[in-house]
Design a protein around this ligand. Structure first.
Ligand code: SF4
Ligand code: SF4
Length: 195
């Protein structure tokens, strides 16, 4: 099995989806490379009650992730070969194998349910089909830019503490006093932190 992460642009491919019944939760498995997912601000509310939210760095930039597992095995909510929190799964889980990236929308062809030939239409002529479209895709670039502005506004090295790493990704906790709601959700989410 290919590791998760062979993305193609929907502008260049019409793709189909064939359901998850023949798969053992590859996209829920850190051993397949799916351990952390970048967040936009609207995601915080949807993830902080079930998953840890941690900051990290990418070059000069501060970035923020939800950690889905320890990088070695499945998400703790993957039980009896299914998602035990299906209605509360993360926005990225809802969208996968679709993933927005900058102004592009990508599909992970390593997902075994994705086909170039047959199944339920996932994307056609550069458009995600309605059954697979979620609110996360709406105005994604503007929402990503707003997230960058927020991250830039809190980017003071001394306000963060290194708390570990996940698959080589350094993980940071915010340590300054703040009543910002996103910082509050980050701090609340740390009770789920396992690394
Ligand atoms: S979305 Fe793809 S990788 Fe995830 S469980 Fe379904 S078939 Fe497997
Ligand atoms: S929340 Fe559910 S769908 Fe998402 S990684 Fe965990 S088990 Fe998989």
């Amino acid at each position: 099995m290919e590791s998760i992460g062979s993305f193609v642009n929907i502008k260049s491919h019409n793709l189909y989806f064939n359901g998850c019944s023949a798969c053992e939760g590859n996209c829920c498995n850190g051993a397949k490379g799916f351990a952390a997912s970048p967040l936009i601000l609207e995601d915080f509310e949807d993830v902080y009650k079930n998953f840890p939210i941690l900051f990290s760095v990418n070059g000069e930039d501060l970035v923020v992730y939800v950690l889905l597992n320890d990088g070695k095995g499945h998400c703790k909510y993957y039980i009896d070969k299914k998602c035990s929190i299906y209605e509360q799964r993360t926005p990225a889980c809802r969208l996968y194998p679709i993933s927005p990236y900058c102004e592009h929308i990508l599909v992970d062809t390593a997902c075994p349910a994705v086909s170039y030939e047959s199944g339920k239409s996932l994307c056609k002529d550069g458009i995600v089909q309605s059954d697979f479209y979620t609110k996360r895709l709406e105005n994604f670039v503007a929402k990503r830019d707003a997230t960058k502005v927020f991250l830039e506004s809190i980017k003071q090295v001394e306000d963060f503490e290194y708390v570990g790493e996940l698959l080589g990704l350094p993980l940071l906790k915010y340590i300054k006093s703040s009543d910002n709601p996103y910082i509050q959700m980050h701090l609340e989410s740390l009770k789920h932190f396992w690394v």
